[in-house]
Ligand binder design. Structure first.
Ligand code: CP3
Length: 367
């Protein structure tokens, strides 16, 4: 049994239940912009050693929570643990991003790929449980995975890409090979996320970082369809608690209605989508997460506050908004800066939850 959750704003907002103020966390909140993260990484040796040791993973997960009043913690790991478990041999070269010893290009490559087994990802499950215990119910713990399409881009390109020529070439030339790869990934991701939920994750996010490089019809066929399969297969209630799902397709703003119909509880938005317009389009169907431009963190305190105010006003009154950056925090951000953003969200957010606060006051006065 894990300790009782003390701050449940994040979970409540995802489920559109009343909250006292808008909850906030930041994608990539544990990372290189924090000097204490760089020290832990030096201590562990390298990035993957941080991920593969539950004590280190726990240490860096908690670092941003020591500095800021965040409403959620996110598992410290990487989306590329899955291709690694499928035998691709993940490694990182400093300053160069992820690389694989083996790249997936042909039908034979795809056929030879095993489905990732939770057993081979035991170190992730162990990290989830260690972190959940260390949190002591302070805030909820988010588990995550890449989407099948986003994972496939790294597996087929062999690392990060600008033009996605190998995977898009495969998509147009031999779509059945890509579908087979995505099918294997969807099963792997479902098992992986369910494993994280059983190990203690209280919400899960699917990162579809590269869904937005597809045309509308191809997005539906090669990315959204597989995310839907995953969502259909997820454990939605665990230990009597709902486990909300967040789907984040970067640059997916033009497909909000389709994404909202996927069965997800919430959609993550990047900063190119207007929050007010997004809310008008999805109505009450899903909660929204986002979506301030991460570069706002290079500005002065007053500008950060104004920009936070704009995003909050864009969503407007009532629950169903989790404040976040529109994508991960940059490594060059001054670690003093996020504090201004997070404190502004809590302070300025309260006015949009007045009705909920009034109700809570009334209930308290009855006692
Ligand atoms: O949000 C968090 O604090 C949790 C940790 C987390 C990491 N990666 C740690 C990390 C999460 C949620 C991810 C997800 C991830 N990983 C995504 C999807 C999210 C997104 O940003 O869109 C992707 C595409 C990856 C793959 C990946 N991992 C790349 C492309 C890179 C190199 C990128 C870069 O900025 O250099 C990584 C490395 C990585 N993952 C780092 C961290 C803290 C930096 C590694 C280091 O310490 O040098």
């Amino acid at each position: 049994m894990f300790p009782e959750l003390k701050n449940d704003r994040f979970i409540r907002a995802l489920l559109k239940q009343p909250v006292d103020t808008t909850p906030v966390w930041m994608m990539r909140q544990a990372g290189r912009y924090l000097p204490e993260y760089r020290a832990s990484r030096a201590h562990a040796g390298d990035f993957l050693s941080l991920c593969k040791n539950d004590e280190f993973a726990c240490e860096v997960t908690l670092q941003p929570l020591e500095r800021y009043e965040l409403d959620a913690a996110i598992l410290f790991s990487d989306i590329l643990t899955i291709p690694d478990a499928m035998g691709q041999g993940l490694y990182f070269e400093t300053g160069e991003g992820p690389k694989f010893k083996k790249v997936i290009r042909t039908e034979a490559d795809v056929d030879a790929l095993p489905i990732a087994k939770v057993n081979d990802l035991d170190y992730v499950m162990k990290a989830v449980t260690t972190i959940r215990n260390a949190l002591g119910g302070r805030v909820p713990l988010i588990g995550f995975s890449g989407s099948p399409w986003t994972l496939a881009t790294y597996m087929v390109e062999g690392g990060s890409s600008k033009d996605f020529r190998h995977i898009k070439g495969m998509m147009y030339k031999s779509p059945e090979i890509l579908h087979e790869l995505l099918r294997k990934l969807a099963i792997s991701v479902t098992d992986y996320l369910n494993g994280q939920i059983k190990a203690g994750a209280q919400a899960v996010q699917i990162f579809d970082t590269w869904g937005g490089v597809l045309s509308g019809p191809k997005y539906q066929e090669f990315s959204l369809m597989y995310m839907k399969q995953i969502i259909d297969g997820l454990i939605r209630v665990h230990d009597g608690k709902k486990i909300p799902v967040i789907m984040f397709t970067k640059n997916g703003g033009q497909w909000l209605e389709n994404m909202a119909a996927s069965g997800t509880d919430a959609l993550g938005l990047d900063w190119t989508t207007d929050m007010a317009e997004a809310r008008a389009r999805v109505g009450n169907k899903v909660a929204l997460q986002g979506n301030i431009d991460p570069c706002v963190l290079y500005a002065d305190k007053d500008v950060i506050r104004d920009q936070v105010g704009e995003v909050l006003a864009g969503f407007g009154n009532g629950s169903g908004h989790v404040f976040n950056l529109g994508h991960g925090i940059h490594q060059f951000v001054d670690p003093e800066q996020p504090k201004y953003l997070i404190d502004a969200v809590h302070e300025l957010g309260a006015q949009y939850h007045q009705e909920a606060s009034d109700q809570l006051d009334k209930l308290n006065n009855l006692d």
